[in-house]
Design a protein around this ligand. Structure first.
Ligand code: SF4
Length: 414
C-alpha cells in the first residue's frame, strides 16, 4: 500500500512536469488503454478516471462536480467525466498536481461515456481522438476463442485498428514505430498481468490476504497506470511475494475475519475508509470483486502476449481482455457464481452508484440471476463513487448491520 501510494505521488509529479514542459500526453481509459503502443512513442499517459477518483478520495470531488454542473452538465452525467471537465476548466489544477492537456486521446467502446467524454477533449483541444471498437459478447455463451473463425475475424478487426493507431501516433509524435520497444512493454505487461491474476487467486486463502475494495483499489491503480513499465513489473513481483508469504503464514488483512464477501460495482470513494469499516467492523472482508476485473481492463485473466508475433498477439489480448471487462460489468452473474465456492463466499454486496450508469444499470437483474443460480445471501445498497450528496452513511450503516445480522442468523441455523 505504501509503495503504491509512493508510485502514484511520483506519477502525479511526472504529469505536473509534463504540463510544465508541454510534453505530449495521451488521455486514455482503464478499459482498453493501449498503453503498450502509446509508450513506444513516449507519450505520458493520463487516466482521467483515476484522476477523478483521487478528487473523491481527497474529499474535494464535490467542488469539481459543482463547477461542471454550473457549467451546464447534468447531475445525471458520469461523475468522473464531470470532475475531469472541471479540471480542464481549471487548466489542469488537481489536488495531486497539474495535469497536462492531451495531444491525443484513446476512447474504447467498453463504456459509452468514454466516446462522448473524448469528444469534449476534441472540442476543447482540437486533438485527434482514436476510437477503439472491441467486439463484445453477443449473447450468453457465445464467446469465441483462438482457433474459431469468428474469433479470427474479430482479431483481424482489432489488429487493423491497432495498425491505424500506430500510424496516427507516428504523425502526432513525429517518432517512428519501434517493434522492439513494443515487445519490451508487452513483456512487462505479461509479468504484471500474470502477477495480478495470482494476487487475486491468493485471496482464496483463509483469512483473506487483502481487501478487494481497499488494498485492491491501490493495486488496480498500479496495474493500469504502470502497465507495460519496469516499475509496474517490479511492484507486482514484490506484491506476489508479499501475498504468498501472508497466505503461507495465515496472515489476514483484518484480525477477525468472520464473513467473506464478494463486491459488485464501484467503491464508495467519498467515504472510502468508512465504507470499508462498516463491513470490517463486523468481521466482513471483501475477498474478490467485479471491480478488480473490469477496472483492470480484464487484466485479471492474465492474458500472456506472444512476443514472437507482437501485433497479432496484442490484438488478441485486447480483444480477450476488454471483452472480459465488458462481461464483468454487463452480466457478472455467471462469473460471480463461479467464484462462490473457491473463495468460500458468505455473501455478495451489490453497490450500484448514481454516477456510473454503465456499471449500475442492470445490477438488480444481475442479482436476481445470481439468486436463481446460487443459495447465497446478498445486499443491495446504493450510493455513489464521487458525489457525497447522495451518500447517506447512516442509511448505509443500517442496511449493512441488518445484512450481518442475517448472516449471523443463517450461520447459527446451519
Ligand atoms: S460511466 Fe462508469 S464506466 Fe463509464 S466512464 Fe463513467 S465511471 Fe467509468
Amino acid at each position: 500500500m505504501t509503495a503504491g501510494g509512493e508510485l502514484f505521488r511520483r506519477w502525479f509529479d511526472r504529469l505536473t512536469a509534463a504540463a510544465a514542459d508541454e510534453k505530449p500526453t495521451a488521455y486514455v481509459f482503464v478499459m482498453g488503454s493501449l498503453a503498450e503502443i502509446l509508450r513506444v512513442f513516449d507519450f505520458e499517459l493520463s487516466f482521467p478516471e483515476i484522476n477523478s477518483l483521487q478528487t473523491a478520495v481527497r474529499r474535494v470531488a464535490h467542488q469539481y462536480l459543482n463547477e461542471a454542473e454550473d457549467y451546464g452538465y447534468s447531475p445525471d452525467v458520469c461523475g468522473y467525466l464531470k470532475a475531469d471537465v472541471a479540471v480542464q476548466l481549471r487548466k489542469g489544477a488537481h489536488p495531486m498536481g497539474t495535469l497536462p492537456p492531451p495531444r491525443i486521446a484513446i476512447a474504447g467502446n467498453a463504456c459509452n461515456t468514454y466516446v462522448k467524454w473524448a469528444e469534449i477533449w476534441e472540442r476543447l483541444y482540437h486533438i485527434p481522438v482514436f476510437t477503439l471498437d472491441v467486439p463484445g459478447t453477443r449473447r450468453a455463451a457465445s464467446q469465441t476463442w483462438p482457433g474459431d473463425p469468428d474469433f479470427a475475424g474479430d482479431c483481424a478487426y482489432v489488429a487493423a485498428q491497432l495498425r491505424e493507431l500506430i500510424g496516427l501516433c507516428e504523425r502526432v509524435s513525429g517518432k517512428r514505430f519501434d517493434v522492439d520497444r513494443l515487445r519490451e512493454g508487452m513483456a512487462h505487461t505479461n509479468a504484471m498481468t500474470a502477477a495480478w491474476r495470482r494476487v487475486i487467486e491468493l485471496n482464496r486463502s483463509t483469512p483473506a490476504v487483502f481487501s478487494a475494495v481497499t488494498e485492491g483499489t491501490v493495486y488496480l491503480g498500479v496495474v493500469n497506470g504502470f502497465r507495460g513499465t519496469s516499475e509496474g513489473r517490479a511492484y507486482f513481483t514484490d506484491l506476489v511475494e508479499e501475498m504468498e508469504y501472508k497466505a503461507a503464514a495465515g496472515l489476514g488483512t483484518i484480525d477477525d475475519e468472520r464473513y467473506r464477501l464478494a463486491f459488485v460495482g464501484v467503491p464508495c470513494y467519498p467515504i472510502f475508509r468508512r465504507f470499508n469499516e462498516m463491513f470490517s467492523g463486523s468481521g466482513g472482508v471483501f475477498v474478490n470483486s467485479t471491480y478488480l476485473w473490469f477496472a483492470s481492463g480484464g487484466a485479471d485473466l492474465g492474458y500472456q502476449y506472444d512476443l514472437q508475433r507482437p501485433l497479432e498477439s496484442l490484438a488478441e489480448g485486447v480483444l480477450i481482455s476488454v471483452r472480459r471487462a465488458m462481461d464483468a460489468m454487463f452480466h457478472p452473474a455467471r462469473l460471480l457464481a463461479d467464484l462462490l465456492e473457491p473463495y468460500a463466499v458468505d455473501g455478495v454486496v451489490y453497490h450500484p452508484i448514481k454516477s456510473c450508469r454503465t456499471v449500475s444499470t442492470g445490477l438488480a437483474d444481475s442479482r436476481r440471476a445470481l439468486m436463481a443460480q446460487a443459495d447465497v445471501p446478498s445486499l443491495f445498497i446504493e450510493s455513489d463513487m464521487m458525489d457525497k450528496r447522495v451518500v447517506s452513511e447512516a442509511q448505509l450503516k443500517n442496511r449493512i448491520d441488518a445484512f450481518f445480522e442475517g448472516l449471523t442468523a443463517r450461520r447459527a441455523r446451519a
